[in-house]
Design a protein around this ligand. Structure first.
Ligand code: XUL
Length: 495
């Protein structure tokens, strides 16, 4: 029998749950649950219950809980979970679950990060606190954040609000279900996604909480460091061979744990997560905030700070241009190699959908050239340069240049895009061996608790790049000029 210890990391994301077992030498097993395929009875195949109002995005907390239980059961079929000495997890960030003090939800549905229905609450918070909210909490009032969601919940259903003893984000609620007593704290990574926490002191701001919703300050969970133990595993979750009573390290958010699992949690390192939306996040040594109010600042689960900018026009924009150019994916990925950096000085702002960075309500790509006269390869280059330059331009406020950029997500498979990213940022771009970076980040925190191995040492050992693209210095002056021209074009278009 293998007596080597294990740490378990859970990734409770929008569309499913993954559970990863990390041993002394690296990941040993992975199990996955997909809400559409495995838990159709909850009626939320895409991670939310369809709603007549497209701004409303809610999901049943019971589905997340069941998803975690099932993922652990499945993991127990792959590996002997009696070896596990510690567990932790990360959830989709933000959202709001109102519960009693033992974690029992007061309503069957809870808003998630995709919800966009708290515009009036955000406007009220901005009117009341203005730039101070952004400077203290790291973010302008954001519709998906827990604070504005709590404001809406208190206004819409005062009776349920009064019954609720806890206002949890999704991470601290799931954490509560997992531990004995059902009342877990929250880590700074999750607490910074709520418009309620002071970044510098890592404490709730009582006057902001009170102005957000009556009695909210008393309902918020305690904030503890991301390496703290939140409690002992409850017997209800001693599934798949797990032993009840093992320590559960406090849960965090998926983006903070992904930064960790990508091995990019040191200042000067950044991650481009190229998915449905392109998310660009970077570790920071101190909490600077975006003066434009588009980017967010969160605490990392490794004890520092990180920026996060979420560009709505990611994979869907790439797919649209690919189809319009009449290319298959192989030709799309290769297109940049047949064209030069900023070929023909073409500029494109790929706002096919309303964009969030910068905030643009009117959908429609803006072209600084005639797209009908461009070749398919020129169109693809203009798009990918537009996306890469948007990431570079809208991360300038972070105040440091990057010595390394980790890439993940479907877009990371495109060699052409990686070349453009390396040249635009003038930094090496690395793709990781493993793909389960969120579950790995959570498992690393659990492993670090179990073994005492520092997170940085673990990252150096576990997060190895599968490929690396070096920047071409000859492209530096070209993109410096292109970035200046792009900034002027963008300013003109959003004026
Ligand atoms: C970040 C955000 C999303 C969710 C997705 O602010 O809202 O990335 O965390 O899981």
């Amino acid at each position: 029998m293998n007596a080597k210890p294990l740490a378990v990391g859970i990734d409770a994301s929008t569309q499913g749950v993954k559970a990863l077992a990390l041993g002394p030498d690296g990941p040993e097993a992975l199990a996955a649950v997909n809400f559409a395929k495995d838990l159709p009875r909850f009626g939320a195949p895409e991670g939310f219950v369809p709603d007549a109002d497209p701004a409303v995005r809610r999901a049943p907390p019971a589905m997340w809980e069941e998803g975690v239980r099932l993922a652990l059961e499945r993991l127990g079929r792959e590996i002997d979970l009696a070896r596990a000495g510690c567990l932790s997890g990360s959830a989709q960030q933000h959202g709001l679950v109102l519960s009693d003090a033992r974690g029992e939800p007061v309503a069957p549905l809870a808003p998630i990060w995709m919800d966009r229905s708290t515009g009036p609450e955000c406007a009220a918070l901005e009117a009341r606190f203005g730039a101070a909210l952004r400077e203290r909490t790291g973010s302008a009032a954001a519709e998906r954040f827990t604070g504005p969601q709590a404001a809406k919940a208190a206004r819409e259903d005062p009776a349920a609000w009064a019954r609720a003893e806890r206002a949890h984000c999704i991470a601290s609620w799931l954490n509560s279900r997992l531990v004995e007593g059902g009342d877990a704290p929250v880590d700074p990574g999750s607490a910074s996604g709520q418009n309620l926490m002071d970044l510098a002191s890592r404490e709730w701001i009582p006057e902001v909480a009170e102005a957000t919703a009556p009695g909210l300050a008393a309902k918020l969970p305690r904030i503890v460091p991301s390496d703290a133990v939140s409690g002992a595993l409850a017997p209800a979750f001693a599934v798949g061979g797990l032993r009840s009573g093992i320590p559960v390290v406090v849960w965090s958010g998926d983006n903070p744990d992904s930064l960790l699992g990508m091995g990019c949690a040191a200042p000067g390192e950044a991650v481009a997560s190229l998915g449905t939306s392109d998310t660009f996040f970077a570790a920071m040594d101190e909490p600077r905030t975006d003066p434009d109010g588009f980017g967010n600042v969160f605490c990392t689960s490794a004890g520092g700070f990180m920026s996060l900018s979420c560009f709505t026009n990611g994979a869907l924009a790439r797919d649209r241009v690919r189809r319009e150019a009449g290319l298959d994916w192989a030709a799309f990925d290769a297109a940049p190699f047949g064209t030069a950096p900023w070929d023909g000085r073409r500029l494109m702002l790929p706002w096919f959908s309303p964009e969030s960075v910068p905030r643009v309500a009117r959908a429609g790509a803006r072209y600084g050239f005639d797209p009908a006269a461009a070749s398919p390869a020129q169109l693809v280059r203009a798009l990918l340069e537009g996306q890469a330059m948007a990431m570079k331009a809208h991360s300038a406020w972070i105040g440091s240049s990057f010595r390394r950029i980790g890439v993940t997500g479907g877009g990371a498979k495109s060699a052409g895009f990686l070349r453009i990213l390396a040249d635009v940022f003038q930094a090496p771009v690395e793709r990781l061996e493993g793909t389960e970076t969120v579950a790995l980040g959570a498992a690393m925190r659990a492993w670090s608790h179990l073994s005492g191995e520092p997170l940085a040492a673990l990252a150096a050992r576990l997060c190895r790049p599968a490929s690396r693209v070096e920047p071409d210095p000859a492209a530096a002056p070209v993109y410096a000029e292109a970035l200046a021209a792009r900034a002027a074009f963008e300013a003109e278009q959003i004026a």
